[in-house]
Write a protein that binds this ligand. Structure first.
Ligand code: AMP
Ligand code: ZN
Length: 113
């Protein structure tokens, strides 16, 4: 996956601010934050989008959510945080390596645009 931005970040070929580095996941600061806390939870495995995930990826997808929860707890965001997964260009996906946004630190409106 030489062309994939997040594969290259995980391989440390492109710099990023890492907030977590685990066996199956990493979390980095979003380069263009949309909230005071804006992290991206990214699996080391390249899956281009959620609709390409398989049943066998269920534990990994669960880990992503729990990682987002843990990062939110560590940052005292229990009163309000959001985990967002954009699937496909019409939903705003711009990097085609699955990732979970953790947004927090401000009041958020509903529904998102
Ligand atoms: P999405 O639009 O859901 O695919 O999210 C991709 C996110 O990656 C956006 O919020 C971007 O700001 C972020 N992003 C793009 N390039 C980088 C980078 N080099 N380092 C960190 N975050 C990035
Ligand atoms: Zn990738």
């Amino acid at each position: 996956m030489d062309e994939c931005l997040f594969c290259n970040i995980i391989a440390k070929k492109i710099p990023a601010k890492f907030e977590y580095e685990g066996n199956s996941l990493v979390a980095i600061q979003d380069i263009n934050p949309k909230a005071p806390v804006h992290l991206l939870v990214i699996p080391r495995k390249h899956i281009s989008r959620l609709s390409q995930a398989e049943e066998a990826d269920a534990p990994l997808l669960g880990e992503m959510i729990l990682c987002g929860k843990r990062l939110a707890e560590e940052r005292n965001l229990e009163e309000g945080f959001r985990l967002i997964l954009n699937n496909g260009p019409k939903a705003g996906q711009s990097v085609f390596h699955i990732h979970l946004h953790l947004l927090g630190g401000r009041v958020m409106s509903w529904p998102p645009g």
